[in-house]
Design a protein around this ligand. Structure first.
Ligand SMILES: Nc1ncnc2c1ncn2[C@@H]1O[C@H](COP(=O)(O)OP(=O)(O)OP(=O)(O)O)[C@@H](O)[C@H]1O
Length: 574
């Protein structure tokens, strides 16, 4: 059975930092007690006015209680800030690490918007809530001690106060499920809102030139925003009712002390001022505690969201646990890569197959240029993801010479490749290539005719705001510098001008082959098929070897140098 009040955030902070130690809890309690002590000392000092005024002991107690309060409360606030920020940093770094080690398919199934929302919005919400929660914990202790103080003055007044607080707690517990359900719904709708916003930003150009489309998308966004508003408003109204109830109860309590207690107890009038002062003293903190209730509920939802994301990542990582610790093997001198009955199936959320690639049997030899052709959606990119082991085959396996690729050497296998997929990302730094000499990088930029747009210096490119074709040329430079055994180019030549396209097919690829590289190119450029040693065709997920005669349909020509001129450096042919 779950506990009636969930302090998911404290569990989360402890798990992430292991810093919720006894000292923090003792000082949280101390600051609450010291605050209550402030009240007791002030009340005693005021009472002493009747008998000649407060003594130096009163003053000493006052200094002691205020000193204790300032020291302990300061410690609690400083420490809770440090703990909250450390916890957020730790969970962000850990999730980023799990993401980078995850399966591509796992990430594709979670979706970008979900990951963004968890790591930015949800962790941010926890950081914001954690510090006030410690202040509230302090307030709870202070309220408890103030009530004990009231009990020493008038047990009946104490009973009334306890009734007030028990009533408030009862109402919260009654509505807790509604809070969390409502906030959970709002959080899911906010995820949709993020998705919708992504569409608005990524599809901006299409929307800006098409008013009808823009209106439609905006309407969707508006509807989702309205759903979020509805969910959050209904939760907050429920919560506001509770605050009003508490306020009303408070006034009723003060009224009861003024009107009812004097009837019940003859001696009450002497202590009435003390009790009223005590109630006024704890009322502020009590309202703070009540206002934190929805924040606590919200944090529980975000902690749950983070837990779910991590569990999904862990599930994928569990299957590849031993992959990470295995030492890397250098397969760079391979002769043949064999695919033996490799198959893969995309499935929808109900587990139904939506598209199947394979089973594929075949081999790729060292130093070959392979072209992969096929219609849209025929499975070329999926095949490349299988070949590079970004997707794990559902059936069959891959062998490098005589070595079977499995959990222990899959990372070594992936290290054979440098790939430019159609949705490649350009980093402005040369990550993983710390020793790249700027002169060499800049010479390649000149060779690719983009040196007037970007320069490499201080470990980064000066500009990556380039045209689509220029971005691909820059990607080629980076890929070339990676100096891997196998290159995968998915439609890299598609956005290039005719001269560069010719240079790419007729100079760059043969020179890479000459340097012992294996190159697999996804291409629709049939006039350059003669460059390939073999042309493979993907047809509805089945891989076929195109016969030589079919390739001759291409346009075998003399191989000129780049755009009619010799490359300015030895690279890339060397
Ligand atoms: N992440 C995914 N989840 C589910 N289905 C997918 C996913 N990626 C691709 N598919 C489906 O798999 C099929 C093959 O897609 P793939 O991207 O491999 O084709 P392609 O030959 O590279 O196409 P194109 O030439 O248009 O780039 C398509 O029907 C596509 O809808």
């Amino acid at each position: 059975m779950s506990s009636p009040i969930r302090f998911g955030v404290f569990t989360f902070l402890q798990r992430e930092t292991k810093s919720l130690d006894r000292k923090l809890f003792v000082l949280t309690a101390t600051s609450g007690m010291a605050n209550a002590l402030n009240l007791a000392v002030i009340n005693a000092s005021v009472e002493a006015l009747r008998n000649g005024g407060p003594s130096w002991q009163h003053f000493l107690w006052f200094c002691l209680s205020i000193g204790l309060f300032v020291y302990s409360f300061r410690y609690v606030l400083y420490e809770s800030t440090r703990i909250a920020e450390a916890a957020i940093c730790s969970v962000r770094v850990r999730l980023a690490d799990k993401i980078r080690r995850s399966d591509l398919l796992t990430l594709e199934s979670i979706g970008e918007a979900d990951i963004h929302a968890r790591i930015t919005r949800d962790t941010g919400a926890i950081a914001q809530a954690a510090r006030p929660l410690f202040a509230v914990a302090q307030a709870v202790v202070m309220i408890v001690f103030t009530i004990i103080y009231i009990a020493t003055v008038s047990p009946i007044a104490m009973l009334l106060c306890v009734t007030l607080i028990a009533g408030g707690a009862g109402i919260y517990l009654k509505d807790r499920k509604h809070y969390e359900e409502g906030l959970n719904n709002a959080s899911k709708q906010e995820d949709k809102l993020f998705d919708s916003l992504n569409g608005l930003l990524r599809g901006f150009k299409e929307l800006r030139i098409n008013k009808l489309k823009s209106d439609d998308v905006f309407e969707d966004f508006h509807a989702t925003a309205a759903q979020v508003r509805e969910s959050r408003t209904s939760v907050m109204i429920l919560f506001s009712n509770n605050v009003i109830f508490i306020e009303m109860f408070f006034v009723i309590l003060l009224g009861a002390i003024a009107f009812v207690l004097p009837i019940l107890s003859d001696s009450f009038s002497t202590s009435a001022t003390k009790i009223v002062a005590a109630i006024l003293f704890f009322f502020g903190p009590l309202v703070n505690v009540v206002t934190m209730i929805p924040v606590l509920a919200q944090v529980n939802v975000t902690v749950d969201n983070l837990g779910r994301l991590e569990a999904t990542l862990d599930e994928g990582l569990e299957k590849s646990a031993e992959w990470e610790t295995s030492p890397l093997t250098d397969f760079g001198a391979f002769r043949t890569i064999r695919l033996e009955g490799v198959g893969f199936t995309y499935r929808d959320s109900d587990g139904n197959a939506t598209f199947q690639v394979g089973p594929i049997d075949g081999e790729v030899r060292r130093g070959e240029i392979l072209f992969l052709v096929g219609g849209n959606g025929s499975g070329k990119t999926t095949f490349m993801k299988l070949f590079t082991a970004l997707y794990r085959p559902a059936q069959g396996g891959i062998r490098v010479d005589d070595v079977e690729i499995g959990p222990t050497n899959i990372q070594s296998y992936r290290n054979l490749f440098s790939a430019i997929f159609t949705d490649f990302h350009l980093f402005d730094k040369l990550h993983g290539l710390k020793d790249a000499a700027p002169e060499r990088v800049n010479a390649l930029l000149r060779l690719m005719e983009i040196s007037h747009k970007t320069v490499f210096g201080d470990g980064r490119f000066s500009n990556i705001q380039l045209s689509t074709g220029q971005r691909k040329r820059l990607a080629l430079v980076v890929s070339y510098l990676e100096d891997k055994a196998i290159y995968i180019f998915d439609e890299v030549a598609a956005d290039q001008d005719p001269q560069f396209r010719r240079y790419f097919y007729e100079t760059l690829l043969p020179e890479m082959k000459g340097a012992g590289k294996t190159v697999v190119v996804v291409s629709h450029d049939d006039r350059y098929f003669h460059v390939a040693d073999r042309v493979l065709q993907m047809d509805y997920g089945t891989l076929l070897n195109l016969p030589r005669t079919a390739i001759q349909g291409g346009n075998p020509r003399k191989r000129p140098t780049a755009r009619g001129k010799k490359p300015t450096s030895q690279e890339p042919g060397q």
